[in-house]
Write a protein that binds this ligand. Structure first.
Ligand code: PLP
Length: 423
């Protein structure tokens, strides 16, 4: 447990595991019943996207069947219904993150758009030539490229926190990187390529001591760890619905109200407007100032159903169950000759990234697919961290709360087959 009594990755609470009921949970996910090449699907590509429970599919269908309407501006029954469903999801997200206010919750297309929003709006108004942005060596391209574009445009510099051989951030180096020129720290909570859970709470406190705001990429944390943005004291937190049992094309950017208030709009049109003349436009208040155009209404409503579903199971229970699975998977994979796990941090969540001696990750993925096992092979949109570990690609199995020990045993068996094929 961390000091706030929250379950963190790597800790197994035995009480939490009792009666987790994974077999019952699996029945909620139609895609988990699919057979692939005549074999039961073993879905271990959850870091890319999660499967969707029936309640989410049903909720989206219900919206299109009987509630479909545009929101906010309508005076009719359906518009009112859709607006209520949309705004009640905003409040559910606020609860999910324990944000202080609904106006701090911005609907986006996903993590990538959330980060781009901050780079465009906060970045373009605050960053000048000679300034610095600090990111880490294990970032997803979505938390590298927006800052590179900004730095290029402004004549600013990107600084990178290095990692050790286990895939843990070097915190002393991090402290050394922060200086009077640093305008923002943008760091991932959980690495999609390594599984490392970064100590973002102390990292945020370190940055704040110097008055530097922090953006947290929560794409891989949101499905696995209970998050409290007030306790973390992060300034921005971005995540995607589709990795958390929700639909694609919908995500969240949390921002502290005073920061969001001070930032210019990201895009123009639709709900971000209060009044327009050809001479001047008055922008809408938060959160609408950052929600231009007709949003992904069905996506928002589906995300609400997904959060309700996940909250019913409970993230502390999910974290405990997954920590047990990850430990078991690590043990099984470590026993396979010629297999090297990439990312061996003490604090990890969900991800088992590995290379097999002399066998390309894509071949591993293809042979496993014939066994019905879905993993991902490649650079995982994190090319710099691949380079840091001297590999061009890894095979990655990533876990969700509906996975089982038996599925990990199937993965290990499949990997033995891969080795046989190349023997
Ligand atoms: N950040 C991390 C750590 C990720 O793993 C991902 C997606 O895999 C992203 C950002 C981008 O998320 P999205 O494609 O949903 O915008």
């Amino acid at each position: 447990m961390n000091p706030a009594g929250r379950q963190v990755a790597g800790e197994v609470c035995n009480d939490c595991l009792v009666g987790f009921g994974v077999e019952r949970i699996r029945q909620d996910f139609p895609a988990l019943q699919v057979r692939v090449h005549g074999k039961p699907l073993v879905y271990l590509d959850n870091a890319a996207t999660s499967q969707k429970p029936q309640v989410v599919i049903d909720r989206i269908t219900r919206y299109y069947l009987s509630e479909n309407s545009n929101i906010h501006r309508g005076v009719h029954f359906l518009s009112d219904l859709a607006t209520q469903a949309y705004e009640s999801t905003r409040d559910r997200v606020r609860q999910f993150l324990n944000a202080a206010h609904d106006r701090e919750i911005i609907f986006t297309r996903g993590t990538t758009e959330g980060i781009n929003l901050v780079a465009h709006s906060f970045g373009r108004s605050r960053v000048r030539a000679g300034d610095e942005i600090v990111i880490s060596a294990m970032e997803h391209h979505s938390n590298i490229v927006p800052w590179q574009i900004l730095c290029e445009e402004k004549g600013a510099t990107l600084r990178v926190i290095p990692v050790n051989d286990a895939g843990e951030l070097l915190l002393e180096e991090y402290e050394r990187l922060l200086c009077d020129r640093t305008r923002l720290v943008a760091v991932t909570y959980v690495s999609n390529a390594l599984g490392t859970v970064n100590p973002i709470k102390p990292m945020i406190a370190t940055a704040h001591r110097r008055g530097i705001p922090v953006l947290v990429d929560g794409a891989q944390a949101a499905p696995h760890l209970a998050v409290d943005v007030q306790e973390l004291d992060c300034d921005f937190y971005a995540f995607s619905g589709h990795k958390l049992c929700g639909p694609t094309g919908i995500g969240i950017l949390y921002g502290k109200a005073d920061l969001l208030e001070s930032m210019p709009p990201y895009q123009g049109g639709g709900d971000m407007i209060s009044a327009v003349t050809f001479e001047k436009t008055i922008y809408n208040s938060l959160p609408y100032k950052f929600e231009a155009g007709t949003p992904h209404i069905a996506g928002v409503i589906g995300l609400g159903a997904a959060l309700e579903y996940v909250q019913r199971i409970g993230l502390p229970r999910i974290a405990a169950y997954e920590a047990d699975l990850l430990a078991y998977g690590t043990e099984l994979l470590s026993a396979i000759p010629g297999l090297r796990i990439i990312g061996t941090a003490r604090e990890k969540a969900s991800v088992l990234s590995f290379v097999l001696d002399g066998i390309h990750a894509h071949d591993v993925g293809t042979i496993l697919d014939h066994e019905g096992i879905a993993i991902r092979a490649g650079h995982h949109c994190a090319m710099p961290v691949m380079k840091r570990f001297g590999v061009s690609a890894t095979a990655r199995a990533s876990l969700a709360f509906y996975n089982t020990r038996e599925e990990l045993e199937a993965l290990a068996k499949g990997l033995h087959k891969v080795i046989e094929v190349f023997a």
